[in-house]
Structures are given as C-alpha cells and as structure tokens.
Ligand binder design. Structure first.
Ligand SMILES: [Zn+2]
Length: 222
C-alpha cells in the first residue's frame, strides 16, 4: 500500500476551507488580528537615521509576524502587512509623490534562490499590497522593482555589518527595466532593518541611478 500525503493542491484547498489563524497570537479569524496589527503603529514611526523609518521594533508580536511572513510561508500576511505600511507612507517626513502626484515604491530585492523558495519576491508582494491600499485611499501609486541582487549574494541572516556590506558589494544593481525616470522621488520598502547596511547599499545604488530616495520604510527595525 502506498502512503498518502496531502498534495500541494490539497493543502491549498484546505487553506481555503480553514479559517486563518493570526500568525502573531493564534486567534482564529484572520492572518493578523487587530490586536497584533496594533504592534505596527504607523502614526508613531521611529527613526533609524535621517531617512530610514520603521513601524515597530523587531521583537515580540511584530517579529513573529515578520518571520511568519518571510520564513514560514504565511503569504496571507502580505495583504495586512502591506496595508500597515500604506498607512505610514504618506506620513513619512521628507517623502512625497512625483510632480504628477504619483508615489513610487521600490522593494528591497531578494536573492533569487530565496525568492524561488518563497514563491516570488516577498518584498515585491508586500509593496504591491501596500500600493493597492494607497490606491484605495485615493493616491496615485506605482511599484518599481528597480533593484536586483546578482548571483552569489548570501542570505544576510547572521552576517555582521562588515560582512553584509561585502556580501552586497558589486551584487546589488539598478534594474533599469524596473526603474522610473531619473529624478523621480522614490520610497524604499523593507521588512527588517538590522545593521542598516542593506538599506544603505540600496539607497546608494538608487541615488547613483539618478533616483531621489526620499525615505526608506521598514515594517520593523532592531
Ligand atoms: Zn493576533
């Protein structure tokens, strides 16, 4: 007798039938319950440098939700986490739309291997949900996947700042096909700011590409 396991399709069907559990506290009903969503307070951003802001500290419920989304396959968190980012984008000091009124969002790129394992770039997905919410709120908005990581970049988890800089050097590059015209103001979106090295490298690359990075916004920062 052969073993029987849940196929991918079977799992997907079950996911549709079963109510989602909050990835922060386990409560049934939604991927991120209101109490856990409150850990990300868009009205009380905290700064990590002049242009870098985050919605929450990388601990407790906020950390659990980000890890569930990024590492544990909880793609159903893209919508609620993207919506939380959207509440904060218009409040970012110094950030603004271009001369036609369009906000441009640039996701921090993922390594290709990680993106494949996660079924696509998790930050681009987050940026698209963020953009959808901004559009629903009446803003003109575009997602610009303007950065890419070349082959060979290691996962940054566990690397010290100097190692992260070396890891990115020469591998992070502008992706002209995904970039808006030079001079366009953009907002960089990230999930976790740890040493800040990744965000700094992205800001430098975008600036070198002629874009005006007015702000970087992360879900969490250490
Ligand atoms: Zn919860």
């Amino acid at each position: 007798m052969t073993g029987w396991g849940l196929s991918t399709i079977g799992r997907a069907a079950l996911d549709l039938l079963l109510p989602a559990a909050c990835a922060g506290c386990g409560e049934l009903g939604s991927p991120c319950c209101p109490a856990c969503a409150a850990a990300f307070d868009g009205a009380r951003l905290f700064a990590r440098g002049e242009r870098v802001h985050a919605l929450a500290r990388y601990d407790g419920v906020a950390r659990r939700l980000v890890l569930a989304y990024k590492e544990q396959g909880r793609r159903d968190l893209a919508a609620p986490l993207g919506q939380l980012l959207a509440t904060a984008v218009p409040l970012l000091p110094r950030a603004g739309p271009d001369s036609t009124g369009t906000w441009w969002l640039v996701p921090v790129p993922s390594r290709r291997i990680a993106a494949r394992a996660r079924g696509g770039s998790h930050l681009e997905r987050l940026a698209r949900h963020c953009a959808a919410q901004l559009a629903a709120d009446g803003h003109a908005v575009a997602v610009a996947p303007a950065l890419e990581l070349g082959a060979g970049a290691r996962d940054a988890v566990g690397l010290a700042r100097a190692e992260r800089v070396a890891n990115l050097a020469g591998r992070l590059r502008l992706r002209p096909a995904g970039a808006p015209p030079p001079g366009t103001p953009v907002v960089l979106l990230d999930d976790v700011v740890t040493t800040g090295a990744t965000v700094d490298a992205c800001l430098r690359t975008l600036t070198a590409g002629g874009l005006e990075v007015t702000a970087a916004l992360a879900l969490t920062a250490v």
